[in-house]
Ligand binder design. Structure first.
Ligand code: ADP
Ligand code: ZN
Length: 598
């Protein structure tokens, strides 16, 4: 059908030149009345897939999203584009709700965002059925899956949609890659012979870095120095650490705010809102923060602790760089994290089988951390996607780690594990190797061991790193039932008998100097003042209209204005991201700024 009309809308309303990836196919599917399952990474452009058909087909487009706190922003961003949208959720007053339902009944709404629990009320279903519906989009569709990682009870009920709206195209959208979740979405939502569209899960604009934790705060502050005045997320495992880290950052002059499930709802809401609305807030958070945060200009994600799986890591880092501009993601981790995560697992209510799955996922993540080839390739392979062996935009590609043979060191470590009875964790084994005189060593008479102090010339952190890599390479296993006691494996016996060699990855204390600029601050001095002025203009307009700066224009749009310096409304209209409605509202203001810098 009418892809031409869709393309036209893309240009005039959104100010974009062309569809990306599978967008055109997804839109085409809905325009021809079919159901669709759309899998796209974060930032891939899922929203256009339903927004455009909603404008082209007769009736109102319904969007179901679990994130009521964000609906208002989404609706405001649409109104900025000149699209008549509204939302229905528990935050509206009775009067506001009445207005929305009236507008809907009068056929005035192009799009209506609804929370699932609201949608499923019989009353809501009844009056929605009275009017033509152009498309129903279920956003964050993986929430319907019990296998997925964000299951929501409310979503289960969405299976009834097909019965109430048998002739309306139903579109499920998610950024979750795995096959089992996809199948579950399809079944639970009762999609009818859906068009399945999946895009590559690669996020080429994200630069991946992983390093061993030494002094996490120092590592963090060094990282933040490369991201001055930028918005980003710092993830910590515990609430306590969230608070202390945020406090500490504030004391260092950084605009940081804490966020975790233990804070009062009102405060959480305020912090989230400030993160969305201001353009240089660093949010320090537990994983409670983030789902559905569609702030496009998050420039970095920093992990102070190991996440629980590669899936989780992919999701959490995926919140950076949705606008396609360069963004940097960095994780620091240590072996204590693994012990800790396993302890949490053991104490959780999960079934034993599920725990096994989680343990396996954690080990896969650990292996990925110490990878010796392209990190991006490793990540994509984990999601069963082929990828080239060199990406040029991860720590391993940028500064390849050195490996060297370290069989003798490995043997020293393994025999110490053996001689101490396979009952101790890394810390104690390292103490023995280094010949310390601790209470534990005295208590167990470990000074008498033949391996006592044979590694005194090597630093403790080096021994720890050897331990980690022995684990990753399968020469040692971490007995989590016994709080991290190291035990030998079949492989380790072969290594002890010198039937195998051990190759060690040299640890880069900190990644070597970045060869490629990971931030987009590559603005020349001469342009800098125009850039600042454009940002200032955007900020003022945002304040005046009570919007987030990115809702006025994205960074990429300001960037292009800076480079091309358009002088007329007509030439401004060719800038990426400048659609008719925004040209009309804000064009003059930006032309004035550009004129003043001519
Ligand atoms: P998702 O929901 O998949 O994470 P969004 O729909 O929020 O992604 O889109 C991510 C960003 O990409 C948004 O800022 C959007 O404006 C932009 N975008 C989407 N489609 C296009 C396109 N065809 N051309 C240019 N920019 C686009
Ligand atoms: Zn790479």
């Amino acid at each position: 059908m009418n892809l031409q009309a869709a393309e036209q809308l893309l240009q005039t309303t959104y100010g974009f030149d062309a569809f990306r990836g599978q967008q055109a196919n997804a839109i085409d599917a809905v325009l021809s009345g079919r159901d669709a399952l759309v899998l796209m990474p974060t930032g891939g452009g899922k929203s256009l897939c339903y927004q455009i058909p909603a404008q082209l087909r007769a009736g109102t487009g319904i969007v179901i999203s679990p994130l009521i706190a964000l609906m208002q922003d989404q609706v405001m961003a649409l109104r900025e584009l000149g699209i008549n949208a509204a939302y229905l959720n528990s935050t509206l007053s009775m009067e506001e709700q009445r207005q929305v339902t009236q507008q809907f009944a009068a056929g005035q709404l192009q799009m209506l965002y609804v929370a699932p629990e609201r949608l499923l009320q019989p009353k809501t279903l009844a009056y929605l059925s009275q009017q033509p519906i152009s498309v129903i989009a279920v956003d964050e569709a993986h929430c319907v899956s019990q296998w997925g990682h964000d299951f929501r009870q409310d979503y289960l009920g969405l299976g009834v949609l097909k019965q109430h709206f048998p002739n309306t195209p139903l579109m499920a959208l998610t950024a979750t890659a795995d096959q089992r979740t996809q199948t579950e979405i399809e079944q639970r939502l009762q999609l009818q012979d859906p068009v399945r569209l999946d895009a590559s899960f690669d996020r080429p604009n994200l630069q991946y870095h992983v390093s061993v934790r030494q002094d996490a705060r120092k590592q963090l502050i060094k990282f933040l120095a490369r991201h001055k005045q930028e918005a980003g997320i710092v993830y910590c495992l515990s609430r306590k650490k969230v608070e202390s880290t945020a406090e500490w950052l504030v004391s260092r002059g950084i605009n940081a705010l804490p966020y975790h499930a233990g804070l009062p709802a009102q405060l959480r809401q305020t912090h989230q809102q400030r993160f969305l609305r201001e353009d240089d807030v660093v949010i320090v958070a537990t994983v409670a923060f983030g789902m559905g945060i569609d702030k496009p200009d998050v420039r970095f994600v920093f992990h102070m602790d190991l996440p629980k799986s590669l899936e989780a890591y992919y999701q959490e880092t995926g919140r950076a760089g949705r606008d396609g501009e360069p963004a940097e993601v960095h994780m620091v981790y240590g072996l204590q994290d693994v012990v800790r995560l396993n302890q949490m697992l053991n104490e959780s209510q999960m079934e034993e089988q599920q725990k096994q799955v989680e343990r396996h996922k954690l080990n896969a993540l650990l292996g990925w951390c110490e990878i010796t080839h392209c990190r991006r390739q490793g990540l994509l392979n984990y999601f069963e996607e082929q990828a080239p062996t060199f990406c040029g935009n991860c720590d391993v590609c940028i500064s390849p780690p050195q490996t060297r043979e370290a069989t003798v060191e490995a043997q020293k470590f393994l025999s110490t594990v053996y001689r101490t009875g396979q009952r101790f964790g890394t810390a104690h084994i390292v103490d023995v190797l280094r010949g310390l005189d601790t209470e534990k060593i005295q208590q167990h008479q470990h000074k008498q061991l033949s391996t006592y102090a044979i590694g005194a010339d090597v630093s403790a952190s080096h021994w720890q790193s050897i331990a980690r890599q022995l684990i990753v390479q399968g020469y040692l296993s971490n007995d989590f039932e016994r709080y991290g006691a190291l035990t030998l494996t079949d492989n380790s016996r072969a290594l002890l008998r010198s039937e195998k060699d051990f190759h060690y990855r040299e640890q880069l204390a900190e990644p070597a100097e970045r060869k490629k600029k990971a931030s987009r601050n590559g603005v020349s001095e001469q342009d800098r003042s125009l850039w600042e002025a454009l940002r200032e203009c955007r900020k003022q307009l945002a304040n005046e209209h009570d919007l987030a700066p990115y809702m006025i224009f994205h960074d990429a749009t300001l960037m292009q204005m800076m480079e091309e310096r358009p002088e007329t409304l007509d030439s401004l209209s060719f800038v990426h991201g400048v659609g008719a409605s925004k040209l009309d509202k804000y064009g003059e203001a930006f032309l004035e700024v550009i004129g003043a810098h001519a």
